[in-house]
Write a protein that binds this ligand. Structure first.
Ligand SMILES: [Mg+2]
Length: 350
C-alpha cells in the first residue's frame, strides 16, 4: 500500500502578507484592489465574514469593511514557494507540484512514519517561512487531498483503508476529483448531493452519463485511485488572465491580449525547460459565470506563434452570448522538454 502525502499551505498569499506586514490575527484580503478586481486569497479571519476567493473585491469590502486589502505580490509569493519546495524536495524526489503552494509527495519508500515526515515538513516550513500548512496522509492521491482539507488551517489528518467509506460518505460530490462543475450540477438535479448518494449509482450508469471517465469516478469514491505522483503532470498549468477595463464581446480585443500572453507563456516555458500540449481560453461573462474552452494538440508546444494561433482558433469558435469581463490564456499538460522532445516537426517528418 502506498504512502501519499498532500501538503497545502494555509491561505498562502494572505498568510505571507500577514507575516511580512505584522498583521497576524487580522482580516487580510489579497487581490485586485481596483474597481473590478476579485479576491485572490483571504486570511481565515476574513473568511469568517463570508469572504472567499474569486469574490469581487467590492462585495468583499461590503462583507468585511475593516479588512486590510492588499495587492497581489506574485514575485514575493514565488520566492516563499521556492523555499517551501526546497524543503519538500529534501524529503523526497517523488514530488508533484499542483500549484504554487500545493504538492503531492510519495513517501512509500521511506522507513519513516508519514506522520513524522509531516511533522518535520511543518516544523521546517514554519522555521524557514513563518507559515503553516495542512497535510493529509493516505494510500492514494484523492484521499490524501481530501485529508489535507479536513481540518485546515495547520491540520494533519490520516485516512486509513478501514476509515473508508465512512469518511467519504457525508462529503459533497464537489470534493470528488474529476467531477466538473457541470457534472455536479447534473447530479444535483437528480438528487445526488453527497458521496453516499453517488455510491448508490452503478458503474454502468456512471459510464453512461460520464463516459469512460465514469469508471474512474466509481473507483475513486471506493478508495481506488491508481494515479501516480509524478513531476510531469496534466494538472500542472501556467496561465495569465486579466479583468477588462470594460465588458465587451469584441474578439479583436481578446486576441490582442492573448497575443501578449502567448509571448509571456513562451518565455515561462523556455525558462522552465518545458512544453505544453493543451491551450485553454478562460473567460468570465458579465454575470460572473466562468467558462473555459480547450484544445489539446497531438504534439508539444512552446512557440508563441503556435500558442497564439491555437488560442485564436478557440476564440473564433466561441459564440460570446454575454459581454466578457475577464479573459485568460492557460497552457497545461506540461512536460519537461528535456525528457520528451516530440514536436510538430517530428510528426511532420514521420
Ligand atoms: Mg493553499
Amino acid at each position: 500500500m502506498k504512502k501519499i502525502i498532500h501538503v497545502d499551505m494555509d491561505a498562502f498569499y494572505a498568510a505571507i502578507e500577514q507575516h511580512d506586514n505584522d498583521l497576524r490575527g487580522k482580516a487580510v484580503i489579497v487581490g485586485g484592489i481596483k474597481g473590478r478586481g476579485v479576491v485572490s486569497t483571504c486570511s481565515y479571519e476574513a473568511r469568517k465574514y463570508g469572504v472567499h476567493s474569486a469574490m469581487p473585491t467590492f462585495i468583499a469590502r461590503k462583507k468585511c469593511p475593516d479588512a486590510i486589502f492588499m495587492p497581489v505580490r506574485m514575485s514575493r509569493y514565488k520566492e516563499v514557494s521556492k523555499k517551501v519546495f526546497r524543503i519538500l524536495r529534501s524529503i523526497t524526489t517523488s514530488i508533484e507540484p499542483l500549484s504554487i503552494d500545493e504538492a503531492y509527495l510519495d513517501v512509500s519508500n521511506s522507513e519513516d512514519d508519514p506522520i513524522n515526515i509531516v511533522k518535520t515538513i511543518k516544523r521546517e516550513v514554519l522555521r524557514e517561512t513563518g507559515l503553516t500548512l495542512s497535510a493529509g496522509i493516505s494510500y492514494n492521491k484523492f484521499l490524501a487531498k481530501v485529508a489535507s482539507d479536513w481540518n485546515k488551517p495547520n491540520g494533519i489528518k490520516i485516512i486509513k483503508e478501514e476509515d473508508m467509506p465512512n469518511i467519504l460518505f457525508p462529503l459533497s460530490i464537489k470534493k470528488v476529483y474529476g467531477l466538473g462543475k457541470k457534472s455536479v450540477e447534473m447530479f444535483n438535479k437528480f438528487g445526488v448531493f453527497t458521496i453516499e448518494d453517488l455510491y448508490g449509482l452503478s458503474k454502468e450508469y456512471l459510464i453512461e452519463v460520464l463516459g469512460k471517465h465514469g469508471e474512474d469516478i466509481y473507483n475513486r469514491i471506493r478508495g481506488k485511485d491508481t494515479r501516480i505522483v509524478s513531476r510531469t503532470t496534466s494538472s500542472k498549468s501556467i496561465g495569465r488572465e486579466t479583468t477588462l477595463i470594460e465588458d465587451t464581446t469584441n474578439k479583436d480585443i481578446f486576441k490582442k491580449i492573448i497575443k501578449d500572453y502567448s509571448l509571456q507563456l513562451e518565455q515561462s516555458l523556455i525558462k522552465d525547460k518545458s512544453h505544453a500540449k493543451t491551450v485553454t481560453i478562460k473567460y468570465k461573462t458579465s454575470d460572473f459565470n466562468s467558462h473555459t474552452k480547450s484544445k489539446t494538440m497531438p504534439y508539444y508546444l512552446q512557440n508563441k506563434d503556435e500558442i497564439y494561433q491555437i488560442a485564436c482558433d478557440i476564440i473564433d469558435n466561441i459564440y460570446f452570448m454575454k459581454p466578457v469581463r475577464l479573459i485568460g490564456l492557460t497552457v497545461s499538460h506540461i512536460e519537461d522538454s528535456s525528457v520528451r522532445q516530440i514536436t510538430i516537426f517530428d510528426l511532420m517528418n514521420n
